[in-house]
Write a protein that binds this ligand. Structure first.
Ligand SMILES: *[C@@H]1O[C@H](CO)[C@@H](O)[C@H](O)[C@H]1NC(C)=O
Ligand SMILES: *[C@@H]1O[C@H](CO)[C@@H](O)[C@H](O)[C@H]1NC(C)=O
Ligand SMILES: *[C@@H]1O[C@H](CO)[C@@H](O)[C@H](O)[C@H]1NC(C)=O
Ligand SMILES: *[C@@H]1O[C@H](CO)[C@@H](O)[C@H](O)[C@H]1NC(C)=O
Ligand SMILES: *[C@@H]1O[C@H](CO)[C@@H](O)[C@H](O)[C@H]1NC(C)=O
Ligand SMILES: *[C@@H]1O[C@H](CO)[C@@H](O)[C@H](O)[C@H]1NC(C)=O
Ligand SMILES: *[C@@H]1O[C@H](CO)[C@@H](O)[C@H](O)[C@H]1NC(C)=O
Ligand SMILES: *[C@@H]1O[C@H](CO)[C@@H](O)[C@H](O)[C@H]1NC(C)=O
Ligand SMILES: *[C@@H]1O[C@H](CO)[C@@H](O)[C@H](O)[C@H]1NC(C)=O
Ligand SMILES: *[C@@H]1O[C@H](CO)[C@@H](O)[C@H](O)[C@H]1NC(C)=O
Ligand SMILES: CC(=O)N[C@H]1CO[C@H](CO)[C@@H](O)[C@@H]1O
Length: 233
């Protein structure tokens, strides 16, 4: 008799027990869920006493915790047939890139709409600018002082190349030359010399002339320094 009553009661409870359903199916757009029964078996367990780990989507973290590493939250399917409160997710925060180890640059941050303000969240961008007297590392160009970086889904800015001291040439590089390292000008085509002050002379090879064993069939103009053997006549 008692046994029958207990079974009846159990059935009634079974009917009353509500199904919480997949928590990620709700209004939370930036999370996925994995559900577990009380034995820890992972399957789509959405019944009373089951648990779920909800995980923020790439680039998102738990709301209000101020920690890019916190992306998981455990919730319980309650006897009301609802999951316990889900905090939800917010974009990870990369924070001001120049607050890090980069001493010789400043930054301006932009959100995805290009609005300039202190935007440091996932998908925001920043332009980092080398301080006066510095330029981007490894580009050999004093004019390159800006670099665009992205706040990535890890909550860190993409790699910053960083800045190095500008190369100074004791006198200006001429004719569009670029000061690439201290006192070294890189000259555009057609110029040479320490300051690119000398125009490159052309040598005209006359038809019939033998140059490096090449027999010239037409008059050919070669820039100074070029080897005739590089040319096919
Ligand atoms: C949990 O494990 C026990 C013992 O193996 C089993 O009797 C019970 O049905 C399991 N519960 C669920 C919800 O799978
Ligand atoms: C869990 O639910 C999803 C979506 O309803 C389904 O694709 C998947 O096969 C289910 N997994 C298990 C182990 O039941
Ligand atoms: C968060 O949950 C996912 C999926 O369940 C897991 O792969 C990951 O290791 C967890 N991360 C942390 C920081 O707990
Ligand atoms: C930044 O500039 C300071 C002096 O202004 C210098 O001592 C330091 O080495 C520079 N750091 C880098 C990474 O260029
Ligand atoms: C950006 O941050 C700086 C320093 O924290 C602050 O002085 C400035 O008012 C902020 N600008 C905007 C537009 O929020
Ligand atoms: C570099 O960025 C600064 C500040 O954002 C801007 O004023 C300047 O015009 C930029 N320079 C170049 C060469 O793009
Ligand atoms: C930043 O993101 C843009 C697209 O949003 C991409 O074109 C660019 O290459 C990225 N830059 C870096 C440094 O990752
Ligand atoms: C550039 O021209 C000057 C004057 O004609 C000459 O003295 C110098 O050697 C030239 N430099 C080179 C690298 O050709
Ligand atoms: C040398 O030749 C090139 C094309 O072959 C020409 O552009 C250049 O002006 C010439 N330079 C001189 C000094 O004549
Ligand atoms: C080749 O150069 C010679 C000497 O400068 C000149 O007399 C001749 O007309 C030129 N030939 C052609 C085809 O330009
Ligand atoms: C609640 C929330 O943060 N929703 C965002 C989820 O992610 C998409 C894009 O990935 C945004 O558009 C939503 O605002």
């Amino acid at each position: 008799m008692w046994g029958q009553l207990i079974i009846a009661l159990a059935c009634a409870l079974e009917i009353l027990a509500q199904d919480c359903e997949d928590p990620a199916r709700a209004v939370y757009l930036n999370l996925t869920s994995k559900m577990y029964d009380i034995n820890g078996t992972q399957y789509n367990a959405t019944k009373f006493e089951d648990q779920a780990t909800v995980t923020c989507a790439k680039g998102y973290r738990l709301i209000g915790k101020h920690d890019n590493a916190l992306v998981n939250e455990t919730i319980n399917c309650m006897d009301t047939g609802k999951w316990s409160q889900i905090a939800g997710c917010e974009k990870k925060d990369c924070e001001d890139p120049t607050r890090a180890v980069y001493l010789n640059l400043t930054s301006k941050m932009y959100d995805v709409y290009g609005t300039q303000y202190n935007a440091t969240k996932f998908e925001d961008q920043a332009t980092v600018t080398c301080a006066s007297g510095y330029r981007l590392i490894g580009k050999h160009d004093n004019a390159l002082v800006n670099e665009t970086i992205n706040c990535t889904d890890t909550g860190k800015w993409s790699q910053i190349a960083g800045c190095e001291k500008k190369a100074l040439c004791s006198s200006e590089c001429q004719n569009g030359g670029t000061c690439v390292s201290p006192d070294v000008c890189e000259c555009p085509k057609g110029y040479n010399g320490l300051r690119c002050e000398n125009e490159t002379k052309n040598c005209t090879l006359e038809a019939g002339q033998n140059v490096n064993y090449w027999h010239m069939s037409t008059n050919t103009t070669l820039p100074e320094g070029e080897k005739a053997s590089y040319f096919v006549f």
